[in-house]
Ligand binder design. Structure first.
Ligand code: NAD
Ligand code: TYD
Length: 357
């Protein structure tokens, strides 16, 4: 018995694979295209682990999927593979349509024909777990209740629209074909191995490099932050005991405006790696032009997964952010290796148009 993970060289996928192999004996086949966001370095700790095999390939490649499925005969597929950065989706949505929508479609189809041919007992226990985001629900006002699983989908960015489309496909493959699916919709993750285009690792890297810390708009957009290890444990719970065809919201019960997050990062760096001039990293904060269509607030009501599966986050934000900043301080070479020439080009594209506000 083994599991097939897609996108397992990215931020959450790599954390999941490492976490899985620490908690289970079951091997992992890891299918990843190694886009700019996927890094072999993130899986370096598994280099000598015979239970992990990285296959470089695209979830949209049907022939490859058919071969992998018939060769390895996984008992579950966990789909992390996606284009995941909202700002990139604004500059170039096509990759989001191709991977998040078409890629998920091809994966579902390959999975369906594999699953239909399984013997009855294996057919019953097979699972397709689709990893998605809270961004499919749209944006909340300050006084709105947090997102529950029955909120309507109102995606606002090309990223969230493409993820919403993939969630709909997964739902339809269950209702129409009976494919045994589970879907999770999670809030913003943070932790080790996150690519430094996202807020927390970008601000950390810029602070250490003496660069401005760009805050979009007024810095009062709210996100519900969850430590990546907690996301991994929630996925394991849903995979083990989730009810077929159901969706589960996963969140940290931890809403914070962006400016507070950036202040916390600065304060931790002031303590752990003070600036040579003795000034605070807060001095590097710069308010810049807002993201078009910037969702104001996300908040997850994670009571269903707690009630039905007994899952709650284990990490507090105070401990999780401290661990995360320590990890980045100790893994500067990882940051340097993943921020190649292509990364610098992206930073120019995204930030050169955002003059200080
Ligand atoms: P990421 O961008 O760090 O990693 C994505 C991985 O998918 C990379 O390794 C990339 O190489 C791979 N990939 C991209 N296109 C592929 C393709 N066509 N075929 C195979 N592999 C491909 O993303 P992440 O932050 O780790 O997010 C993982 C999943 O979790 C995504 O589906 C995302 O929508 C979802 N999610 C992310 C967050 C978050 O805060 N990061 C929150 C909720 C849900
Ligand atoms: P991000 O990490 O891109 O996640 P998402 O947009 O999927 O929530 O951004 C988190 C928040 O931080 C979001 O409100 C946008 C904001 N942000 C900045 O203010 N500056 C930045 O340079 C980045 C990348 C994000």
């Amino acid at each position: 018995m083994l599991i097939l993970v897609t996108g397992g060289a990215g931020f959450i996928g790599a954390n999941f694979v490492i976490d899985w192999l620490e908690n289970h004996d079951e091997p992992v086949i890891n299918l990843d295209k190694l886009t700019y966001a996927g890094n072999r370095d993130s899986l370096a700790s598994l280099a000598n682990n015979s239970k992990h095999q990285l296959v470089v390939g695209d979830i949209g490649d049907r022939a490859l999927l058919d071969t992998l499925l018939s060769q390895h005969r996984p008992r579950a597929i966990i789909n992390f593979a996606a284009e995941s950065h909202v700002d990139r989706s604004i500059h170039g949505p096509i990759d989001f349509i191709n991977t998040n929508i078409l890629g998920t479609f091809h994966l579902l189809e390959a999975c369906r024909s594999y699953w239909q041919a399984l013997p009855a007992a294996k057919k019953d226990t097979f699972r397709f777990l689709h990893v998605s985001t809270d961004e499919v629900y749209g944006s909340l006002e300050a006084s709105d209740a947090a997102f529950t699983e029955s909120n309507p989908f109102q995606p606002n960015s090309p990223y969230s629209a493409s993820k919403a489309a993939s969630d709909h496909l997964v739902r339809a493959w269950h209702h129409t074909y009976g494919l045994p699916v589970l879907t999770t919709n999670c809030s913003n993750n943070y932790g080790p191995l996150q690519f430094p285009e996202k807020l927390i690792p970008l601000v950390t890297a810029n602070a250490l490099a003496g660069k401005p810390l760009p805050i979009y708009g007024d810095g009062m957009n709210v996100r519900d932050w969850l430590y990546v290890g907690d996301h991994c444990s929630a996925i394991r719970r849903v995979l083990a005991d989730g009810k077929l065809g159901e969706t589960y919201n996963i969140g940290g019960w931890n809403e914070q405006p962006n400016i507070d997050i950036v202040h916390m990062i600065c304060d931790l760096l002031d303590e752990m790696r003070p600036r040579v001039d003795g000034a605070s990293y807060r001095q590097q904060i710069t308010f810049v032009k807002d993201r078009p269509g910037h969702d104001r607030r996300y908040a997850i009501d994670a009571r269903k997964i707690e009630r039905e599966l007994g899952w709650r986050p284990a990490e507090t934000f105070a401990s999780g952010i401290r661990k995360t900043i320590s990890w980045y301080l100790e893994h500067q070479e990882w940051v340097e290796r993943v921020t190649s020439g292509a990364y610098r080009q992206w930073i120019d594209t995204n930030y050169s148009e955002r003059t200080s506000a």
